[in-house]
Design a protein around this ligand. Structure first.
Ligand SMILES: Nc1nc2c(ncn2[C@@H]2O[C@H](COP(=O)(O)OP(=O)(O)O)[C@@H](O)[C@H]2O)c(=O)[nH]1
Ligand SMILES: [Mg+2]
Length: 200
């Protein structure tokens, strides 16, 4: 698919519904790509950058708030982007943390239409134990994974490349991209990955 086509599909993405837990998710009706990562990793910003929309997903400077599973439809592909609740925010009460693990692991295990998972990690703090746990879980469910090393604009080019090489070595089974929503780095490649999974 050509770049222009990819952008025009993703630009039409629109919010459909939020679910508080797995049981209340809409019925499975098309290929889905999940977005997950620690709170503040840049998930909402990435969703906005990939769809070329400023306010599709709310970006926030106070992390840990979104505990809902948000569905976004990509018209004409029959597919969906799914914003999963963020994790690892220190100030979140333990009960809520357990609730997160329950929701996300249940989603990965049971959602049959989930074909791909995009894990967003701050390039300066990638592959924490929670990230690894999630990736193992995705491997086990045979869900394809794309790792976005976000905010790469915060590092020099050579430092960013070095981080990418380190993560790639640990995760040969994943696609690993350096990414910056602010500088639009990696947006084209990530969009391609999304559209390939939604349309193949
Ligand atoms: N420098 C820089 N900051 C970013 C980038 N992406 C997100 N941020 C900032 O990181 C914070 C968290 O972003 P957000 O998208 O809300 O993260 P989320 O909690 O994972 O959804 C916000 O202050 C953003 O402005 C990026 O590519 N570069
Ligand atoms: Mg967010």
């Amino acid at each position: 698919m050509r770049d222009q086509n990819i952008n025009s599909f993703l630009a039409r993405t629109r919010f459909t519904v939020s679910a508080p837990d797995f049981a209340r998710c809409p019925s499975e009706c098309g290929p889905e790509i999940g977005f997950c990562g620690r709170s503040n990793a840049g998930k909402s910003s990435a969703l906005n950058a990939l769809t070329g929309q400023k306010n599709l997903a709310r970006t926030s400077k106070t992390p840990g708030r979104t505990q809902l599973i948000n569905f976004f439809e990509v018209p004409k592909t029959g597919g969906f982007l799914i914003d999963l609740p963020g994790y690892g925010f220190a100030k979140v009460p333990n009960a809520l943390k357990r609730n997160w693990e329950q929701n996300v692991s249940e989603f990965l295990a049971k959602r049959r239409t989930l074909l791909g998972l995009i894990l967003l990690m701050d390039i300066r703090n990638a592959m924490t134990s929670l990230d690894l746990k999630l990736l193992k879980f995705a491997d086990h469910q045979e869900i394809d994974t794309l790792l976005l090393l976000t905010k790469c604009d915060k590092l020099s080019r050579s430092q960013a490349i070095k981080s990418n090489v380190e993560v790639s070595k640990k995760r040969p089974q994943s696609t690993v991209l350096n990414f910056s929503s602010s500088n639009k780095i990696g947006v084209r490649e990530a969009s391609e990955w999304v559209m390939n999974h939604l349309t193949n």
